[in-house]
Design a protein. Structure first.
Lengths: 283, 330, 304
């Protein structure tokens, strides 16, 4: 068995250059080039073009577009409703997560799977689905179509999974002995909740809230049908951007886009920092 | 095939993994790379295999410089510490993988796989998946897989590290016999000196990225070239700058003028051997290893005073292996 | 948002949702913990289920009811309407192009991010995640600004007779952008878990990098990739905002199924809108089912 292999010796002395590790070699130089082109064509160039467009007339033009009354109304509506929606998400999302982890009832698995439905459902369908129950001819007599409440309802629907899905795994791993220890030390259920459970869940809740907020700011499909898109009343930021594009007013669309995008990124970054800061100081 | 490593250096960032390492392994030898964790032994093995590239230096297999050859062209069989099974393949496909990527005909592969599974005593398990095998079986499958391509050199990284004590002992014995059977040049990495002593024909002791000493197990034990080798291979007592093996310490009933007196602090019976912890009259503490018979003869018990005859202790000058290499004599 | 793992705090929806669902179905039942009183527990259950019923369950049931309330034949007519069929096939066509592109890209990018050693990987990861943080409308706008008539490449594309915006290539592009991160993000953790040992073993056994990829790496990560593809497909089928902008919404030509839903609704053809919506909703439910099955399989494999 120690006999020389016919196919090995001949190929041994290849003057190979210093090699990178397997993975990066697999994609090679050509692969990396293609990867770069694909990513540039899909993300990098479009974003660059967007920022360039928003900046065409300099900062003053950008600001003028953003501070037009109709843009201000749309931006304000989006930011305020999004803030309310994520606050509701924080509360109900945590409760839903708690029930899914700690409670036991028939059909729990199905409920757990359905939580992801808003992720899987096309946004335009989300709007139609909500209208079927909460539009005109509502069988329960609740008609929110074309109101600001409709904006909130649609955003609640599409952002539902975020908080639930980020709190759930933390709650699953939360060591119940910590709660039992607190109880054995004389803490009542209320104290255990406020001093032990909620502080542990906070980073996950914040993280879910951040994602909800970013999604809510950019949401479009679910709002189109249910809100009626009435300027100064139910027209959200993304819908305003859409109408500016339809009117071929691309600088205005780009300016508001960049502004809202910046809001989303700032909130994401701020909450991220908050969570990190907190975990460094608490743990 | 003989393996030669010449002046190899390897750094990972600031960490010096290998510091000017040179060694030679002769054709057909069974060699152990022995050292504590972080000593660079695994890195050296991976460099020989071609899984890492040395910063400087050369690797020569069978007279050919393979330093820049990719692993797949080196004719090296490598057995990974955690076996690295292909989890989605059956045992048969795992073992046949090397032949199959060489596009050998199916029946040839089948024949060879069966032959190898017989050799590693896994016959009948060809259709199983790795998740259905025990640790020892996985180990043998990994070995068969490495042998399937008839490597010039077989490299094993901590081959028994993840196994429990009993399986470990069996596999050691079995690896030795396998090597006698197929005589492929073999290097294995271990941190267990007993394992190295038991299995290897030649041991290379490594520490801090350097080779401390290389030689036959007995030579290393009997004439270690420095204090690291002495204390890593076998138990040792340290008396100031000097080193004494516990079984070289003689205990006598009464001093005949040649020994010193010592107080027996503790007697531990470990089956055949008895470990005696002593306090010398100058306050230094050492331990001696005696047989059960000797202990009975001396009626050793705690608090007793015995006479101790120390052998001529070994003194190593300086720490570096270069300085110590000529000073192993007493 | 970065790939470095340091900023796990605010992670991605896809990654997070998967982790949660995996663990979610891992639990054999309720975790005991310190239970509030029985009344409290029932109260919380009531609140949670009531909230979900009002927001998710009832509207979903309602749309099925509304769709079928006048019997099957209007539904059948709506489904077989030429524009509906066209929209359906166009959606499939776009999915059939965009999803394979993103799959190949996603696997390559995941390997690059996970195994590569070059600098700038954090930035690359951020760039790949960006479509999750951007409104689909903004994605559409950004694409128009590059590939539209007045965009950066507008003149060049016009000279060469290539139309992107207001035609299928632009819609494929928009779909690919919004569904870009899924395969990358689902493949990376699986790749990490797989480790490099098996790949190195293949290498020492004589396999070329391609052979190693096809025979060891890809089979090792296949369920992660499949999961990513399921998510990509669901998103691609349902994308509305970005496609709406780049398509021009020409009836019977550049109208995908989600655009068709809007068109029918705005033209007061509620049965048509509901029917198309139900088709999409069924596909979404199918996606959920697939996600659950894959998650369960991943569990079984791990518990071996």
């Amino acid at each position: 068995m120690a006999s020389p292999r016919p196919n090995s010796a001949a190929t041994v002395a290849l003057p190979a250059p210093r090699r990178a590790r397997l993975g990066s070699r697999g994609t090679g130089g050509l692969g990396k080039g293609l990867l770069g082109i694909y990513l540039s064509a899909l993300v990098l160039l479009p974003i660059a073009a967007l920022v360039a467009k928003a900046d065409t007339g300099g900062l003053s033009t950008f600001w003028r577009e953003v501070s037009k009354p109709e843009s201000v109304a749309a931006i304000k509506l989006t930011l305020i409703v999004s803030a309310i929606v994520v606050a509701i998400n924080a509360v109900f999302g945590t409760i839903v997560a708690w029930v899914l982890v700690r409670d036991e009832f028939p059909g729990k698995k199905i409920v757990g799977a359905l939580i992801d439905l808003p992720f899987a459902l096309p946004t335009i369908v989300a709007g139609v689905v909500l209208l079927a129950l909460y539009g005109k001819n509502s069988p329960i007599g609740v008609d929110v179509a074309f109101t600001r409440a409709a904006v909130g309802l649609a955003l609640l629907f599409v952002t539902l999974p975020f908080v639930v899905r980020s709190v759930q795994p933390v709650l699953l791993e939360l060591d119940t002995s910590m709660e039992e220890a607190a109880a054995s030390l004389g803490a009542g259920p209320r104290t255990v909740l406020w001093r032990i459970v909620l502080p542990t869940l906070t980073p996950a809740i914040v993280s879910g809230v951040a994602l909800s907020f970013a999604r809510a700011i950019g949401e479009f499909g679910s709002l189109v049908l249910i809100t009626g898109n009435l300027p100064f009343k139910t027209e959200a930021g993304s819908v305003y951007i859409f109408s500016q594009i339809q009117n071929e007013n691309l600088p205005a669309a780009a300016a508001v886009s960049v502004f809202l995008l910046a809001c989303a990124l700032i909130v994401l970054a701020a909450l991220n920092l908050l969570v990190r800061w907190r975990s460094r100081h608490v743990l | 095939m003989a393996i030669e490593v010449r002046n190899v250096n390897k750094n990972f960032g600031d960490f010096v993994a290998l510091d000017d390492v040179s060694m030679t392994v002769s054709d057909g030898a069974l060699t152990a790379l022995l050292g504590p964790s972080g000593s660079g032994k695994s890195t050296l093995l991976r460099i020989i295999a071609g899984l890492e590239t040395p910063d400087t230096g050369q690797v020569v297999i069978d007279g050919e410089d393979v330093t820049s050859a990719p692993a797949r062209n080196r004719g090296v069989g490598f057995v990974f510490q955690h076996y690295a099974p292909f989890k989605h393949m059956t045992v048969h496909d795992n073992v046949g993988f090397g032949l199959s990527v060489r596009k050998r005909p199916k029946d040839e592969i089948g024949e060879r796989v069966n032959e190898l599974l017989g050799l590693v005593r896994l016959d009948g398990l060809a259709g199983r998946y790795p998740s259905q095998l025990s640790g020892g079986q996985l180990q043998r499958m990994a070995l068969a897989r490495a042998l399937a391509v008839q490597p010039q050199v077989l490299l094993l990284d901590e081959p028994f590290g993840a196994l429990d004590a009993q399986v470990r002992a069996e596999l050691r014995e079995w690896l030795r016999r396998l090597h006698e059977e197929i005589h492929v040049t073999t290097i294995f990495v271990t941190h267990d000196q007993e394992e190295a002593m038991e299995v290897a024909e030649q041991i290379v002791v490594m520490n801090h990225g350097r080779i401390e000493q290389a030689g036959a197990p007995r030579a290393l034990y009997e004439s270690p070239s420095n204090e690291f080798v002495m204390s890593f291979i076998g138990p040792v007592n340290r008396l100031g700058d000097a080193y004494v093996r516990p079984h070289d310490i003689e205990l006598l009933e009464d001093s005949d003028g040649t020994g010193t007196e010592a107080l027996v602090e503790r007697v531990v019976h470990l089956g055949f051997e008895v470990r005696v912890e002593l306090k010398l009259d100058d306050g230094r503490e050492i331990w001696a290893q005696v047989t059960r018979e000797q202990a009975q003869q001396l009626e050793l018990k705690e608090g007793q005073i015995v006479a101790v005859r120390l052998p001529v202790p070994r003194v190593f000058e300086g720490e570096s292996p270069a300085a110590a290499s000529g000073a192993s004599a007493t | 948002m970065s790939s470095s793992g340091g900023s796990e705090a605010v992670a991605l929806p896809a990654r997070q949702s998967r982790r949660a669902t995996r663990r979610g179905s891992a639990g054999t039942g309720a975790k005991a913990g310190l239970a509030p009183s029985r009344a409290g527990r029932l109260g919380l259950r009531f609140v949670a289920l009531g909230y979900l019923a009002l927001l998710l369950g009832a509207p979903l049931v309602m749309i099925f009811y509304r769709t079928f309330e006048h019997g099957l034949s209007p539904v059948w007519n709506s489904i077989t309407a030429p524009n509906a069929m066209h929209a359906f096939w166009l959606s499939l066509e776009i999915v059939a192009i965009a999803v394979p592109l993103n799959t190949v890209f996603g696997i390559a990018a995941a390997i690059w991010l996970e195994r590569g050693r070059m600098r700038g990987r954090g930035l690359l990861g951020l760039l790949i995640d960006l479509p999750f943080a951007i409104s689909p409308v903004v994605v559409g706008l950004a694409l128009v600004l590059v590939y539209g008539r007045t965009g950066w490449f507008g003149d060049w594309l016009a000279e060469h007779g290539i139309s992107v915006i207001f035609s299928v290539p632009g819609m494929v592009l928009a779909t690919a952008v919004v569904s870009l991160p899924f395969v990358v993000r689902e493949t990376m953790p699986v790749l990490r878990e797989l480790g490099t040992d098996a790949e190195q073993a293949a290498e020492t056994l004589g396999a070329s990098p391609w052979q190693t990829f096809w025979r060891v790496t890809l089979p090792g990560i296949r369920w992660g990739v499949v999961y990513g593809v399921v998510l990509t497909t669901a998103r691609a089928l349902g994308e509305f905002g970005a496609v709406s902008i780049v398509s021009g919404r020409i009836e019977g030509q550049t109208q995908t199924l989600p655009l068709y839903v809007q068109d029918r609704f705005e033209n007061f053809d509620t049965t048509g809108a509901y029917t198309a919506a139900v088709v999409l909703a069924l596909l979404a439910l199918g996606t959920l089912l697939a996600m659950n099955l894959l998650t369960r399989r991943a569990h079984r494999r791990r518990s071996h």
